[in-house]
Design a protein around this ligand. Structure first.
Ligand SMILES: [Mg+2]
Length: 343
C-alpha cells in the first residue's frame, strides 16, 4: 500500500510495481496456466493444447488518444484493456493474457496509477484474462499505455477480414456514433448539454465494451469476415472489402445511429455514425440464411445486430463502397474517418 500523495519518482520502480500488482484483482495474477507471473524477467504461461495463439498490441498516447482532463484514471485503464480485447473479439478469439507497459513522466501519483490498474484489471477479470507482466519506462513527453494481448483460437478457428463473399450481408453490432458524439461533448467542455443521453455518449467514449462473447457467436454461426470498428464504418469497412477482394452497397437508412446522437448533433449525426470511430462494435459479413439464427443467439446475450447492406462483386468501374440514400440514389463513399485530436 502507498500513501495517497506519493509520486512515481518518490516510490521508485520497485515500489510502483508492487503497488500496481496489488491493485489488480487476484484472479488476474494467479491461475494454473500462469506458471510464473509478474516479477521475473519474463512470465511463463501454458496455452491450451491444440489451439493457435492470437496476438495483438495496441497503445494509447496522451494528447493523441486521451486527455487526462477528460478521463478518470479507472476509465483510462478500462479503455486500454478494452481496445485490445476488442481486437481479439474481432478475430473470434478467447482472450487469455495481457502485458501492460506504462510510459510515465515520473510525476504521476501512485494512487492514480493504482486506479488505472483497477480499471484495466476489472475488465480483464470480467473476461477471465490474466495480467502476466509488463514494463514501466520513462516517457517525459506524456503518459503512454501499451498493451499486448494474447488470445486463443476456438477449436482452431478464427475470423479474419478476408472471407467476405458476394451475396453476403454486411452487418454491425450495437449502435454507431455514440463514442464520437461523446468525444464531441468533451471537446465542447462546460458548454455541453446536461442530459442523461449525454452521459451515455460520454460513457461510450470513455468506457467502450469489447464484444468478446459476440465474437465467439459470429464464429460459431459462420460469419465470413469480421473486424472491430475503431476507425468508423467508412474508415474500417473498406479495409475488410479490400482484404476480401469485394465491394459493398450499404443502405444509409439501415445504419444504426442512436437517437441521442441525432438529437444532440442534428447537423452531422450521420457523419458521426459513419466516420466517428471508437465504437468498438463488430462489423461482419455473413450469408443471408445464417444471419437470422445469429441475430437470435446475439439477442440472448443482450447484443443487437443490424444488417446494413450487401457484399457485391468488385466491378471494373464500380467504387468499392456504395451508399443507397433514402431517395434511392446511389453514391460512392470516400473511405476515411475523422482525425479526432487533429482538429
Ligand atoms: Mg481492430
Amino acid at each position: 500500500m502507498t500513501d495517497d500523495g506519493r509520486t512515481v519518482r518518490e516510490v521508485g520502480e520497485f515500489g510502483l510495481i508492487a503497488a500496481l500488482r496489488a491493485a489488480l484483482p487476484p484472479a488476474t495474477v494467479a491461475d494454473p496456466s500462469l506458471v510464473l507471473g509478474i516479477g521475473d524477467d519474463a512470465a511463463l504461461w501454458t496455452p491450451t493444447p491444440g489451439e493457435t495463439l492470437v496476438v495483438t498490441a495496441d497503445g494509447l498516447s496522451e494528447g493523441v488518444h486521451f486527455r487526462l482532463d477528460w478521463t478518470d484514471w479507472t476509465s483510462l485503464g478500462h479503455k486500454a484493456m478494452a481496445v485490445n480485447l476488442s481486437d481479439l473479439a474481432a478475430m473470434g478469439a478467447v482472450p487469455r493474457l495481457v502485458t501492460l507497459t506504462l510510459g510515465l513522466r515520473g510525476s504521476e501519483r501512485v494512487a492514480d496509477l493504482e486506479d488505472l490498474y483497477r480499471g484495466a484489471g476489472a475488465l480483464a477479470a470480467a473476461h477471465g484474462v490474466l495480467v502476466a507482466g509488463g514494463d514501466v519506462v520513462a516517457s517525459p513527453a506524456g503518459l503512454a499505455l501499451h498493451v499486448t494481448a494474447l488470445g486463443e483460437t476456438r477449436a482452431g478457428r478464427a475470423l479474419t477480414r478476408g472471407g467476405a463473399r458476394a451475396g453476403d450481408l454486411v452487418a454491425v453490432s450495437g449502435a454507431l456514433g455514440a463514442a464520437a458524439a461523446g468525444l464531441r461533448l468533451l471537446q465542447a467542455g462546460s458548454g455541453r448539454p446536461r442530459a442523461t443521453t449525454a452521459d451515455l455518449l460520454l460513457a461510450a467514449h470513455l468506457r467502450p465494451r469489447p464484444r468478446v462473447v459476440l465474437g465467439g457467436l459470429l464464429l460459431d454461426h459462420g460469419a465470413s469476415a469480421a473486424m472491430d470498428l475503431s476507425d468508423g464504418l467508412f474508415g474500417d469497412l473498406p479495409k475488410l472489402l479490400a482484404a476480401s477482394g469485394v465491394a459493398a452497397r450499404l443502405d444509409a437508412a439501415a445504419i444504426p445511429i442512436p437517437a441521442a446522437v441525432r438529437a444532440l448533433f442534428p447537423a452531422d449525426w450521420f457523419a458521426l455514425g459513419t466516420r466517428g470511430g471508437e465504437d468498438y462494435e463488430l462489423l461482419f459479413t455473413i450469408a443471408p440464411d445464417a444471419f437470422g439464427p445469429l441475430r437470435g443467439a446475439a439477442a440472448a446475450i443482450g447484443a443487437t445486430l443490424t444488417a446494413i447492406g450487401d457484399v457485391v462483386p468488385v466491378g471494373d468501374s464500380r467504387p468499392s463502397l456504395l451508399l443507397l440514400d433514402a431517395n434511392g440514389t446511389e453514391s460512392a463513399v470516400a473511405a476515411g474517418a475523422f482525425d479526432h485530436f487533429a482538429g
